[in-house]
Ligand binder design. Structure first.
Ligand SMILES: O=P(O)(O)OC[C@H]1O[C@](O)(CO)[C@@H](O)[C@@H]1O
Length: 549
């Protein structure tokens, strides 16, 4: 395949960028009363508006030429049909199979995985029913009231974000999440828990992750110090993993293990047994609605033509800003408190997937890849970093997400929230000209010299791009739908950039070095093997941690 930046489709986009980058969206809206109709898509309960982007119809055509040219359609089919598209790990990538709604076979290395998925879901359902009904009893015969998911990365962020997003549907045990190696997190959670009514869920795909095994070990110690009998562990510890041996070695009965498979990537695993804490909290019926919502996005991604395909549009707009406008970041701004962890979830989803600089062919890329993903819920962000979004020197494409129907109606809260939501994308797009700023100051009765002095500060360039996702209501189904759209966006971008979105080798070096340092700290001597800074810091730490003055 010709190098990305040498391909005719890329060159056509570059030329189009040069001729169109000075266009202002204000003018594009003024020139075409149909712009919203042309650049928005309804998918079930979700409205995707991408009209506030620096694009014309030609931009979309050229972006989709590039998408076709880079083999996205073929690779999408390879993913859905179990091809080993995770080339560095030689694995299939089939989180889509976890949410498939019918029994159409999907083969991984000759084995149909759909019956495995059905077995996993059945085991999850039986367990959830037992725990939620109170049939599953703790060591003193009391029902489970609290569950603690112990995991990190995809084994934490997914269930944590989803459990939080669906808080208003929780009618089972209360979910808690522990991920950090910092013992403070586990201590603070255990402080308020009763071992007799607490279930620990050790969630780790590999069952080798240091932080998770550390936290799980400490949780077990805490439990045994109260329950006093190893036999009771079986009623209070379950595992979610692909590593049966690891689970057994830790002391969890394989009967209490919910298995999944290496074709489920860690950051795409909430749809698997890794979602057990969510299923326990909201019930398996709701959990399956969540899967069905994601499946709706899968069907859309697989069948809609690229020009009307939401994840493809999200991805290609990202390419437009990342690779042509040189934007290094992308903000995700949910105007919904329940979605406050959504940016953090896709920070891992996107940055661990596409934060790569070596192509699948093993050579360094000579173009930008994954953006920095960040964000906070509105309206809080407005009082923190929106100043830079509106008037800073950096162009930050933003995704705005909100729901039309609040789950907690309270006075005029929702009207205030949603008004801000609409106002922000309007302000980012329109801006305010110098003449408008002056007119406003004059109307306030300011003296002419003050008007001239202040007007430049009150001017907004506008022309700052945003996508808007408006959901009817935050339901398990709609959450699944929204999340899967983002997942497929990541897939499309990785394919365009010719990188493998499904490994995460960049996290390994730090892990290895930490193990060496841990040994050194245990030995307690002076650090000499590192660079001067690292040696200096370790030695200062040794001194400071022992200094009782
Ligand atoms: O589920 P595991 O195997 O404990 O891994 C946890 C996380 O660690 C990583 O491997 C690296 O951060 C993630 O991809 C993964 O989600």
């Amino acid at each position: 395949m010709i190098s990305l930046t040498r391909s005719p489709a890329w060159e056509a986009l570059l030329e189009h960028y040069r001729e169109s980058c000075d266009l202002h969206m204000r003018d594009l809206f003024n020139a075409d009363s149909e712009r919203f109709a042309k650049f928005s898509i309804q998918l079930g309960d979700l409205l995707f508006d991408y009209s506030k982007n620096r694009i014309t119809q030609k931009t979309v055509t050229l972006l989709m030429d590039l998408l076709r040219d880079r083999g996205v359609i073929e690779r999408r089919e390879a993913m859905f049909s179990g091809g080993h598209i995770n080339v560095t790990e030689d694995r299939a990538v089939l989180h889509v199979a976890l949410r498939q709604q019918d029994e159409t076979p999907v083969y991984v290395d000759g084995e149909n995985v759909i019956p495995l998925v059905r077995q996993m879901l059945k085991k999850m359902r039986d367990f959830c029913d037992h725990v939620r009904s109170g049939e599953w009893k703790g060591y003193t015969g009391q029902p489970i009231t609290d569950i603690v998911n112990i995991g990190i990365g995809g084994s934490d962020l997914g269930p944590q974000m989803v459990a939080q997003a669906l808080t208003s549907y929780v009618d089972g045990p209360r979910p808690h999440f522990v991920s950090n190696a910092d013992g403070t997190q586990l201590s603070e959670i255990l402080r308020n828990l009763d071992p007799r009514t607490t279930l620990f869920i050790v969630a780790s795909k590999t069952f080798t992750t240091q932080e998770t095994l550390l936290n799980a070990g400490s949780a077990k110690k805490w439990f045994l110090s109260r329950a006093g009998n190893e036999e009771f562990v079986a009623k209070h510890f379950v595992a979610l993993s692909t590593n049966r041996e690891g689970v057994q070695n830790f002391g969890i009965d394989p009967e209490n293990m919910f298995e999944f498979w290496d074709w489920v990537g860690g950051r795409y695993s909430v749809w698997s047994a890794i979602g057990l804490s969510v299923a326990l909290a909201i019930g398996m019926d709701r959990f399956e609605e969540f899967l069905a919502g994601a499946h709706e996005a899968d069907v859309h991604f697989r069948t809609a033509q690229p020009e009307r395909n939401i994840p493809m549009l999200m991805a290609m707009l990202g390419i437009w800003y990342n690779n042509f406008y040189g934007c290094g970041t992308q903000a995700i701004l949910p105007y919904n408190q329940y979605l406050s962890r959504f940016p953090a979830y896709f920070q891992q989803g996107d940055m661990e997937s596409n934060g790569k600089s070596i192509s699948v062919d093993g050579v360094p890329v000579n173009y930008g890849t994954g953006p920095i993903i960040w964000g906070e819920p509105g309206t809080n962000g407005q009082h923190a970093f929106f100043q830079l979004l509106h008037q800073g020197t950096k162009l930050v494409p933003c995704d705005f997400i909100a729901c039309a129907q609040p789950l907690n109606p309270m006075g005029k809260h929702h009207t205030v929230l949603i008004s801000n939501f609409f106002a922000q994308t309007e302000a980012l797009m329109r801006g305010r000209t110098l003449a408008e700023a002056k007119a406003e100051l004059e109307a306030q009765g300011l003296a002419p010299n003050r008007v001239s002095a202040l007007a430049p500060h009150k001017t907004f360039t506008g022309n700052r791009p945003s996508n808007t996702f408006l959901l009817k209501r935050l339901t398990p189904f709609n959450l699944g739908l929204l999340m899967a759209l983002y997942e497929h966006k990541i897939f499309v971008q990785g394919t365009i950039w010719n990188i493998n979105s499904f490994d995460q080798m960049g996290v390994e070096l730090g892990k290895q070095l930490a193990k060496n340092i841990q040994t050194e700290l245990a030995e307690g001597g002076r650090a000499t093997r590192h660079d001067a800074s690292t040696n200096g810091l370790i030695n200062a730490y040794q001194h400071m941690s022992r200094d009782n003055s």
